[in-house]
Design a binder for this molecule. Structure first.
Ligand code: FMN
Length: 189
């Protein structure tokens, strides 16, 4: 019997239309082919977290939580902002870390134990600090996601990409990405 196809939710850590990290996600989507189903999380309308509006959760937050809950795994493609993750990505993860019912710290959250892959495209350090800090954040006790520590993929964008706004991966970078795709499919079973 065929195993059910796994659903992977892609989260892009950039809100920019022509984002290199979105381009990277599209490359991974192609590499996954028909081995998983892919959906993209649209979270640009998630408000800044504010405990005055936490309960009931805003519609955009509910939608994001439902998408996360309905997926078997997450794949985060994020740029590095000042040696860390972008604020809007942290904001999304902060919402995902909060209880659904006021004061209820017992019920599991959509993000708990969710398998997560990390990738990023950026400057010469290839988003290493961002991925390191994301790992620390995602493995905190209240979040407790199941991050695949290795392999990750960090793409250092070349000069051409910066001038033309289009990411072209080298064979070596493609090989790295393929390795991560295969490893993550194994990881999520
Ligand atoms: C606020 C801000 C801070 C940045 N800091 C870093 C950084 O620490 N490391 C890095 O590699 N690139 C940094 N960059 C450059 C990004 O890598 C670059 O803008 C990249 O294109 C963003 O990814 P995107 O194309 O997916 O939007 C920064 C960009 C912004 C807007």
């Amino acid at each position: 019997m065929h195993k059910a196809m796994k659903k992977i939710l892609f989260i892009i850590g950039s809100l920019r239309k022509a984002s290199f990290n979105r381009q990277l996600a599209q490359e991974v989507e192609q590499m996954l082919g028909n081995r998983a189903t892919v959906d993209y999380l649209d979270y640009a309308d998630v408000p800044l977290i504010n405990q005055d509006i936490e309960f009931p959760a805003p519609e955009a937050v509910k939608r994001a939580r439902e998408k996360v809950a309905a997926s078997d795994a997450l794949w985060i493609f994020s740029p590095e902002y000042n040696y860390s993750y972008p604020g809007h990505l942290k904001n999304l993860i902060d919402w995902l870390s909060r209880p659904l019912i006021e004061g209820d710290r017992q019920s599991p959250l959509a993000i708990n134990d969710k398998k997560v892959a990390l990738s990023g495209a950026g400057g010469s350090a290839a988003t290493a600090k961002c991925r390191e800090k994301l790992t620390e954040l995602l493995t905190l006790p209240f979040i407790h996601a199941d991050v695949m520590i290795e392999p990750q993929s960090g793409i250092s964008l070349n000069k051409e990409a910066w001038t033309e706004g289009r990411m072209l991966l080298s064979d070596e970078q493609k090989a790295l990405l393929k390795l991560q795709v295969d490893a993550f499919l194994d990881y999520i079973g």
